[in-house]
Ligand binder design. Sequence first.
Ligand code: MLT
Length: 408
Amino acid sequence: MATINENFLKLQAGYLFPEIGRRMRAFQAQNPDAKIISLGIGDVTQPLAPAIIEVMKKAVDEMGAAGSFRGYGPEQGYDFLVEAIIENDYNSRGVDLERSEVFVSDGAKCDTGNILDIFGLDNVVAITDPSYPVYVDSNVMAGRTGEANENGQFEKIVYMPCTAENNFIPDLPRSHVDIIYLCFPNNPTGAVATKEVLSKWVDFARSSKAVVLFDAAYEAFITEPDIPHSIYEIEGAKDVAIEFRSFSKTAGFTGVRCAFTVVPKQLKADTSDGRQVEVNPLWHRRHCTKFNGASYVSQAGAAAVYTPDGQKQCRQIIDIYMGNAVLIRESLGRLGYEVYGGVNAPYLWMKTPKGVSSWEFFDRLLQKANVVGTPGSGFGPSGEGYFRLTAFATPDNVKEAMERFATV
Ligand code: MLT
């Protein structure tokens, strides 16, 4: 008889977003006339920019002609995309990277989960609470944790609470940790890290020989000038950090799929007998073994993001979402809610009314206003009493959702 990976049995409930979808569909089935507006999962609603569509159509035509058809591409991504990434996302911010340090993939969600393949099971992992659920769940699946306690927190994970009291910036862990997840601009709280904050984390990782897994999927939403977009803008970060980026939100690729991960050559980790090993070749090996590259059409589209038209059009789309964020912030503020985020991030993080839990607020909002958000507790116990709204809906829907909020 085949046996299962029993770590999966430790996982709590379903994955957050399918669970929200399930509740939303159940409500719709009972209330077929309700026009539900979703500000729940952070999924984009604006169509792809014309400059991207044009290039992708051309790429499809190339795939249809014998002379330009392409089969498997390089697992790490086509040079044309990797070079555009390095020049536009890194060189422009004073960061040098080699082509072999960039790995194109089909998503940052997959990458943040898959990266764990190359790290030992005995690493102590520090994760912000609340956090994007993938970080905790993928460590549970891998067997890097014990069981969950009554709060849903797993043994062996070091949780770093992020609440209004610490401005949603985690304190440095007091005990030893080996792998640290940081996500800025943050999903779900919308908080950002200044250079000083990131420098503190880089110094900490360097002194404790830890690796930082830096999720920068939302960097394109930063509006304030001095906020770093990449952890490599911090001196010494290449020795300790892996960075994840995505075209999903930057360019509306949630359905197209394209992302990348940067693993600097100088980043090293230990073997159990104390030898120092470069991490980059391990990720290269893992990528080549388990992944055959993002599709040519997706990568061609991603490269178009960096053309002058692509940049301009993607910026206009991001501005639409950030306009939504302003509207949500202001409307909820007027209604007396305490609201965070939404300035350098497409997520708004609000306090639920006193005495109302995150899931109770979810149900109340769904039933009274037919609006869906994401309960803060779904991102971790410190998210209890908070609620996340995304700015990725259409402006009309956001406007209507805010009008309905007034009735709750
Ligand atoms: C979210 O809503 O947190 C994100 O859309 C989920 C994701 O990017 O996978």
